[in-house]
Design a binder for this molecule. Sequence first.
Ligand SMILES: [Zn+2]
Length: 62
Amino acid sequence: MSTELDLRWEWIYVSDVRNLDQWIKGECNHLTPEPLHAHPTGELVAHLCPDCNTQLPAEWQP
Ligand SMILES: [Zn+2]
């Protein structure tokens, strides 16, 4: 396994005869979600994953 893989994502090993160390990027792990707060209440309404730009539930836990 290459040490260059980004742990923020899942990786799928897809080696073949021409490339024995080939990985494709799979699902995002959403490791660093940023909280989104409503204005002006400051209520936590969602999280946004900056890696894949997916909006996650407020209760999201990485
Ligand atoms: Zn993500």
